[in-house]
Design a protein around this ligand. Structure first.
Ligand code: GSH
Length: 216
């Protein structure tokens, strides 16, 4: 039985997992979960992800939720001679991958996700985006991206001169940020070069093309 990724086509968390699978060339079946009918809150999906969210990954008897834990599982299981997205063979380089995965999770994500939520999700429920929330988080994100600019002036990718999960974890929200606030990225030359590099990788392009197909 092959890998099954249960997700929603435009969801950032599902796209994060897809990016790792595509980068490593792992075959999988994408099983769409219908938010409109509340499929994510009901059996059988609730047994795959007890929080009633996507994504969930099924690999034989193993069922996982939490996108960043799933990507780590994929990186460990499918690392090959060419690509080791966690740098498991090098403790220091691997620790830097961990650092920048933590930064994505605890700095970048909390600032970028409310912007995404206000602009893309609130209108789906008939609401009006709260401009104060957007402005507050744009300011927060701007300061965070100054740290990225400094880091990326010293290394090509976040953890060093190699692509890692730390970079790939940024793909989904940065894709949406480039639609809503491209100047946050484009005004920082090293962040811009980094984004152009990762977003043009064939694996990443495949994932963002699929997100764009739903968003349009
Ligand atoms: N930390 C979780 C992860 O990274 O997997 C977050 C999961 C999450 O927020 N999923 C969203 C979802 O299912 C889609 S990106 N939203 C629907 C809901 O919460 O009801």
């Amino acid at each position: 039985m092959g890998l099954k990724l249960y997700g929603a086509p435009a969801s950032t968390c599902s796209a994060r997992v897809k990016a790792a699978l595509e980068e490593l060339g792992v075959a999988y079946e994408f099983v769409p979960i219908n938010f409109a009918t509340g499929e994510h809150k009901q059996p059988p999906h609730i047994s795959r992800n007890p929080f009633g969210q996507v994504p969930a990954l099924q690999d034989g008897d193993l069922t996982l939720f939490e996108s960043r834990a799933i990507t780590r599982y994929i990186a460990r299981k499918y690392k090959n001679g060419v690509t080791d997205l966690l740098k498991q063979s090098d403790a220091a380089a691997g620790a830097l991958v961990d650092v920048w995965m933590e930064v994505e999770s605890h700095q970048y994500n909390p600032a970028v996700s409310p912007i995404f939520y206000q602009i893309f999700i609130v209108p789906l429920f008939g609401g009006t985006p709260d401009q104060a929330v957007i402005a507050e988080n744009v300011e927060k994100l701007s300061k965070i991206l100054d740290v990225y600019e400094d880091r990326l002036s010293k290394s090509k990718y976040l953890a060093g001169d190699f692509i890692s999960l730390a970079d790939l974890h940024h793909l989904p929200y940065t894709f949406y940020l480039m639609i809503t606030h491209p100047s946050l990225v484009n005004s920082r030359p090293h962040v811009k070069a980094w984004w152009e590099d990762i977003s043009s990788r064939p694996a990443c392009k495949k994932v963002t093309d699929e997100m764009a197909a739903v968003a349009n």
